[in-house]
Every structure is written in C-alpha cells, then in structure tokens.
Design a protein around this ligand. Structure first.
Ligand code: GLU
Length: 505
C-alpha cells in the first residue's frame, strides 16, 4: 500500500479563549505535519451553538499566528476540502446520518429531556443502549406510521447510533498502545438533532476526518474515552481502511503536580494560562495572556514543546525548526505533565540572552520613550547590553534602568544611612575634580585614574564607590560604576555628583 500523505488537523471549538493545553495540541500537530512534509489543517468545530462564544475563532487564529504555527489549509486559509467550519457543512452531515439510518445502524429517538431524566432517576447508572433502548420511545419500538406521524407533527427527535453489544473495540494509540474495550460500555450516542438540524461532535468529527483525509488524530487525553465510539463509527461507515492513527496527549497538570491545570491556578499563582489576553464578552472579565505578559512566542513554543515530550539529553533551548526535526509523537509521555510556569519564565530569560541587543533595544525603546525620555536608539542599546542579563521580561528593564536616563529625584533613605558617611561629601567633591581632569571618559579611561587617586589618598575603595553610586543612581543598584559614569558622560556625571553633594551634606 502506498504511504499515506500525512494530514493532521487542529479542531478547536470556539467556546472561549484557547487554553494553553490546546496550544500545545496545535503545536504537536504542527511539528508532526512539518516533520513529514504533510498538511496542517484548521477546522472549526462549531456545531454546539449553545456554547458558541463570539470572538473565540478570531482569538484562536490570532494566537496561532502569534506563535508562528502556520496552517496549510482550513478556516481563513482555504484548501480543497472545505468548507472547514462545521456549521457550514450541515448538508454533508445529513447525508451521512441518513445513510446510517437507511442501513439500520442508527435510529430515531423521541424521548424528551424529561423522559430521560425520569429513566435516570428510576434506573441507577442508566445508559441508553442495547439493554434499555427497547423500553424507550424510538423508531425501534414504534411503528413506521407512528414515527412518520410524530415527525409530521413537528415533534423534535435525535438520531442515535445503534451500538451492537459484545463487540471488542481496539483503539491503536501511538502513545498509549492498544486500548481495548467492549462495545457494551458505549451508549447509543446522539449523532444528530432535529432541533437545530446539526450533528453532534462525534458524527461531525468522524465524517470530517474521513472526508478531509486526516491521517493522524493528535488531540488531548480528554477525547480518549470517545475514541472507541469513533472506531465503531468508522466501521459503521466502512471506512476502517482509512481510519486515522490516534495519539492522545497527556494532560497539563497544576504547578503542584496534582490535578488538571485550570484558569484558577493561573489567577491564584499569577501566571497566564492563555496565549493572548482575553476579555470575556459576557462578564468583561480579563484573563492575562502570555503575549501581553511579555513572553516571546519562541519561548512559549519551546516551553510547551517540552511539556510532555523531550528529545533526551541536556539541551533545552530549541528553535521551531529543531523541534520539527526532533519531535517524536510516539515518545510523548502517558502521564500528565506538570505546568511548571517558573520554567516558562526561565525560557523567556534564556531567549532574552540569545536575542541580539538590537532586537531587545527595539522592544525597550518605546518603553523608554513612553516614560518621556528622548534618547537615541544607539544609547538604549548600550543600556540593554549592560542590563539584559538581569531580567526575564523586557518590561522589567525600565524600573532597573530608568536611572540611566533620568537623574535621581530622591536618594534612597536606607542607602543614604548606610553609604553616605561623614566625609562622603568631601570625598565626592574631590572625585568630581579628578573626573573633571579626565579627557578619555570611557571605562578604560576613568578606571586607572580613579584607582590611583583612591590609593594615593588611602581611601577605602568600597566606601568611595558606594557613595559614588548613590550620587549617580540614587540607590544601591546598577552595573559597574564606570559603566554607569561612562554612559552618562563627564558632564552629566559631575552634574549628578554636585547635586547629590548639595542635597545630602
Ligand atoms: N472540537 C474538539 C475540541 O474542541 C476536537 C477534539 C478532536 O481533536 O477530535 O477539542
């Protein structure tokens, strides 16, 4: 048999913002498709109109665009297997539902929600299946004229899959191996509803995977319980030969390691669980996003790729291209992956270090300007070069670096108490004179001259440098003193020193 073309899909339902676990599912599908030179398809599963949330589809598209996960086909990308939005495929599903009905593999059921509720209260663990369907109101217990009459009367109904009992079902999962169950545990799932003339998730999912020639279904663990039903549906349609291979990814767990990661964990511990910021259209509640929190998309991709899979070895920093080469879906772990958000922060820091000073400066410059400072980009770059190894996010640079651009308005009380000694004003006055006499105000130009002077005077180097720092920075932080003074230049350095002497003495 000829090798099948690899075609995978990401099939989110637009029921809200894309959870970070969903992003990982999309990423693994992307890596798998690229690795095999296959197609990565975006299908929107919007047949449950009661759960539809406006803006969710746009959010999903924007998230994956931000992360650089490009689709080959699908909603907003086009392709030969469309439409790719399930709500636009009603007629297609109807044909397949009618086929199952005609072949006696599905039946019509009229039971109202109240009647079903009644049964559930009468029978413990009630399941609509081979054992119970004979006592329900459906096309198996009613005569054809009765059924036709009810439909003509406008009674709402559903179409249920007729699951034959006693049939072994095997799901071949690339991660979990063979999962075997007996068909008896599967209920007669609703495939279609007359009320909205729409299929349920199960039917639409199988029909579309078949028609879109999907070769591999890589999705979250929450869908594993549905997989045996899906296998039976493929059989019912006679599509077993082209049934996709399954890979059910493990859950993302809370940072503490127990239980499924939820939005509340993010709120509680202060980290995003969504790729982009999201405003709930009903409540206006805002949830933070990785993008708005200052993460680089490459860092998020790198972090997520290693949640539940790793290529072995020590290396942790991988580009998307490297991940495409190394990814192995069969090596994904079966057990849940702890969402270690501290590690996510670490990844962002690593990407700051790896990015050029130019790139970081381009991101930092608007923040500098936004604080009312008019400084050429070349100077912003110098500051970035000195300071970027100290931050995890670009936005952390400003509080750390503002003193380079704005002279201290106040002098930190604690530092003054500790570092501004009896003779500091006098010593700083002398130092200002020494600096005045230096022509080459670079680090290399200043350092030996100042060191020599400190030695000749018999001052304690630490005392001098601490007071010097206080005059230029206003507190005890910052990089090497001569880095600071060289950046500020002679004039500004001496101006700051004199001002500090005036105020502090
Ligand atoms: N629409 C389902 C979801 O929202 C897709 C599940 C699948 O990939 O089969 O996750």
């Amino acid at each position: 048999m000829a090798e099948r073309r690899v075609r995978v899909r990401f099939a989110p339902s637009p029921t809200g913002p894309l959870h970070i676990g969903g992003v990982r599912t999309a990423l693994y599908n992307y890596l798998f498709a690229r690795q095999h030179g296959g197609d990565f398809i975006l299908r929107i599963e919007d047949t449950d109109s009661s759960r539809f949330v406006p803006g969710a589809e746009e959010y999903i598209l924007e998230s994956l665009r931000w992360l650089g996960l490009k689709f080959d086909e699908g909603v907003s990308f086009g392709g030969n297997f469309g439409p790719y939005r399930q709500s636009e495929r009603r007629e297609i599903y109807k044909t397949y539902v009618d086929q199952l009905l005609a072949e006696g593999k599905a039946y019509i059921a009229f039971d109202t929600p109240e009647e079903l509720e009644q049964k559930r209260s009468e029978i413990e663990n009630f399941q609509y299946d081979a054992k119970t369907r004979g006592s329900m109101r459906n096309s198996l217990t009613l005569s054809q004229p009765q059924v036709d009459g009810l439909i003509a009367d406008g009674q709402q109904y559903v179409v249920r899959f007729k699951v034959e009992p006693g049939v072994p079902v095997v799901v071949n999962d690339l991660i979990r191996g063979e999962v075997r169950v007996m068909s008896d545990i599967i209920d007669d799932k609703v495939l279609w509803k007359s009320a909205d003339e729409l299929p349920t998730y199960h039917l639409a999912n199988i029909v579309d995977d078949h028609l879109m020639e999907i070769s591999h279904v890589i999705r979250g663990e929450e869908w594993l319980p549905s997989a045996p039903l899906h296998v039976l549906l493929y059989r019912a349609f006679g599509w077993e030969d082209t049934m996709p291979a399954f890979a059910h990814l493990s859950l993302l767990l809370k940072p503490e390691g127990k239980g499924k990661l939820s939005k509340r964990d993010g709120d509680r511990l202060g980290f995003p669980v969504f790729p982009l910021e999201w405003t709930d259209p009903k409540t206006d509640e805002v949830s933070s996003g990785f993008r708005e929190s200052g993460y680089f998309p490459e860092a998020v991709v790198n972090f997520l790729a290693l949640l539940g899979w790793n290529p072995g070895g020590e290396q942790e920093i991988f580009s998307l291209e490297e991940l495409v080469k190394l990814f192995d879906v069969t090596k994904c772990q079966k057990s849940g992956a702890r969402f270690d958000y501290q590690k996510g922060i670490w990844f962002n820091h690593e990407y700051i270090l790896r990015k050029s000073n130019e790139e970081i400066a381009d991101l930092f410059a608007p923040i500098v300007a936004g604080n009312g400072v008019d400084e050429p980009l070349s100077r912003v770059r110098v500051v970035v070069a000195m300071m970027k190894d100290r931050v995890n996010f670009v936005k952390e640079l400003w509080p750390l670096c503002s003193f380079f651009f704005i002279p201290p308005a106040v002098y930190d009380e604690k530092t003054v108490r500790k570092r501004w000694k009896e003779d500091s004003a006098k010593v700083m006055g002398e130092l200002a004179e020494v600096l005045e006499g230096i022509d080459d105000f670079s680090i290399e130009g200043q350092e030996p001259v100042v060191m020599k002077w400190v030695e000749e005077k018999g001052y304690k180097l630490g005392d001098v440098m601490n007071a010097f720092r206080l005059t230029l920075v206003g507190e005890g932080k910052g990089p090497g003193m001569f880095d600071i003074s060289a950046f500020l230049g002679k004039e500004e350095t001496i101006r700051r020193m004199k001002r500090a002497i005036d105020i502090l003495q």
